[in-house]
Design a protein around this ligand. Structure first.
Ligand code: NDP
Length: 296
């Protein structure tokens, strides 16, 4: 039987409409417009494209976005100074520093300089530390893993007690996804490039989150029948039959795995649209916290 297809575009559109309504209500009731500062250092075309997409989505839901495009030669001190200015700016409720930063910049120091209440990407060491601890809650959850959890909830899967396998241990996806699953009482296995007999480990999963960056690596015979599969992967592959000569695929061999899984996200059209949505949600939350703090 073919799996339920989890349509991230539909879920993201619905959530963005809810966010837009909440933003309008905030403007009407408090005279406050949520604001996101997006900081881009260097001229990585993919990063530029991501920042552009995020800013366009902000505009769509009524969030102000302020773009800061700095040259690749920007020094640590210059970037740090900008972060401090943004921390102090009351129009800015969230600060997004697009990663990766150029090699000469100390990423941890920059992320650590962002005021905790404005850390809408959830990458501040304190937010990540809280995510990693039992009984603690971060102020913000990183957008991509947050989106994965929303998708799991959309299909109504019981996370508590489930065997969850996370494929990948990056700081931005795999690790925080595993921590979130643990917070929800799943039994979590984290796989990476040194994991032995990957297919056998993946076959234990009731819930699989794949974030490895390897095109269509997860095959049908890796997947337990009925498992819920969330494919974070977004990989460009050559395809002479495609109009542009390439197409995008996930980390999961979608066509064959959908015949085995209980539910599955496509890629594109699954996690991707959720990532931006969760960033907008975090920015709205940052503005709500600022209003509550000011007693407005
Ligand atoms: P990273 O390259 O930072 O991490 C990849 C992880 O996968 C690492 O932990 C690595 O192991 C592991 N890995 C790599 N190859 C293998 C292998 N053959 N077997 C087992 N494990 C392996 O990637 P990201 O986490 O940043 O991204 C993962 C994917 O998700 C990419 O396709 C990316 O484009 C996509 N992505 C999508 C987003 C979205 O919004 N849809 C957002 C962010 C990412 P080790 O640690 O041992 O090196």
């Amino acid at each position: 039987m073919s799996a339920q297809i989890i349509d991230g575009n539909v879920i993201a559109e619905r959530m963005q409409a809810e966010i837009a309504a909440a933003v309008q209500k905030m403007k009407d009731e408090h005279g406050v417009t949520p604001g996101l500062a997006a900081v881009l250092v260097g001229d990585n075309p993919a990063s530029r494209q991501y920042v552009g997409m995020k800013r366009r989505r902000c505009a769509k839901v009524g969030i102000d976005s302020f773009g800061y495009e700095l040259p690749a030669t920007t020094t640590q001190e210059e970037l740090h100074k900008l972060i401090l200015e943004l921390n102090a700016d009351p129009k800015v409720h969230g600060i997004l520093v697009q990663l990766p930063l150029p090699d000469h910049i100390d990423e941890e120091a920059i992320l650590g300089a962002i005021q905790l209440e404005k850390d809408v990407d959830g990458f501040h060491p304190v937010n990540i530390g809280r995510l990693a601890m039992k009984g603690r809650e971060p102020l913000f959850i990183p957008a991509t893993p947050y989106g994965c959890m929303v998708l799991l909830d959309e299909v109504g899967v019981q996370v508590s007690g489930a065997n969850a396998v996370v494929l990948g241990r990056s700081n931005i996806v795999g690790l925080p996804a595993a921590m979130l699953l643990l917070h929800r009482n799943a039994t979590v296995t984290i796989c990476h490039s040194r994991t032995k007999d990957l297919p056998a480990v993946v076959r234990t999963a009731d819930i699989l989150i794949a974030a490895v960056g390897r095109p269509e690596m997860v095959k049908a015979d890796w997947v337990k029948p009925g498992a819920v599969v969330i494919d974070v992967g977004s990989n460009r592959i050559e395809d002479p039959t495609a109009e542009k000569g390439y197409r995008w695929v996930g980390d999961v061999a979608f066509d064959e795995v959908k015949e085995v899984a209980g539910a599955i996200t496509p890629s594109p059209g699954g996690v991707g649209p959720m990532t931006i949505t969760m960033l907008l949600k975090n920015t709205l939350r940052a503005a709500e916290m600022a209003i509550a703090k000011a007693g407005k």
